[in-house]
Design a protein around this ligand. Structure first.
Ligand SMILES: CC(C)(COP(=O)(O)OP(=O)(O)OC[C@H]1O[C@@H](n2cnc3c(N)ncnc32)[C@H](O)[C@@H]1OP(=O)(O)O)[C@@H](O)C(=O)NCCC(=O)NCCS
Length: 170
């Protein structure tokens, strides 16, 4: 049985280990730590997947902004990690779906992800370029994706997304 819940203090080391295992480098575990220590951090939106009390997956959503005519708040989904030996069993999908539900419950209506164009559209993400929303760095259009959790949340919104400094190394 898989349990999805928000992180607690005792999870921090295991969350770092899951990210190191999945990405085979330090950048994403450092990103999690940097976001966690920033004032924007939303603890409810750092979710873990547990099997038999072991953390096998992790997802984090944190605030960013879209510089439109006005500044529009959004969340970035990053990182998403599932331990290698537990991949391709639906755990990543559960984390995304439960995560999006929690974002909606907390009244967040726009979520952005830089990710694989074959993976995220199944959850409703679309290329952000369709809305005239673009990243501040070079990335293929189909890998910079966005979802509105409330219909119309993106109406009249277009511009460049601004990432906090926690993302500088990723
Ligand atoms: C990407 C990842 C989170 C998916 O989690 P998961 O639990 O294996 O995914 P699910 O079982 O829910 O879904 C499996 C699907 O994801 C696809 N997938 C697995 N790894 C992928 C990857 N790195 N990029 C794109 N798609 C991937 C599989 O091909 C499969 O596709 P299908 O359903 O069309 O056959 C996980 O493989 C992982 O941690 N990868 C390493 C870290 C990473 O790349 N994170 C994503 C950053 S955007």
């Amino acid at each position: 049985m898989i349990i999805i819940r928000s992180e607690i203090f005792e999870d921090y080391d295991e969350i770092s280990a899951v990210n190191r295992n999945a990405f085979e480098r330090e950048n994403e575990s450092r990103l999690v730590e940097n976001i966690r220590s920033s004032k924007e951090f939303i603890p409810e939106l750092s979710l873990v997947a547990l099997i038999d009390s072991k953390i096998v997956g992790h997802i984090l959503f944190s605030p960013i902004i879209i510089k439109s005519k006005k500044t529009v708040p959004a969340l970035i989904l990053a990182p998403l990690a599932v331990r290698k030996e537990y991949q391709n069993q639906g755990i990543g999908s559960m984390l995304v779906r439960e995560g999006l539900k929690e974002c909606k419950r907390l009244n967040h209506s726009i979520i952005i992800v830089v990710g694989h164009p074959n993976y995220y559209p199944r959850f409703g993400f679309k290329p952000a370029s369709l809305f005239g929303i673009n990243p501040p760095f070079e990335v293929p259009n189909e890998a910079f994706l966005i979802i509105e959790l409330e219909p119309g949340a993106l109406e009249g919104v277009s511009g460049i997304v601004e990432f906090p400094s926690a993302f500088d190394d990723v």
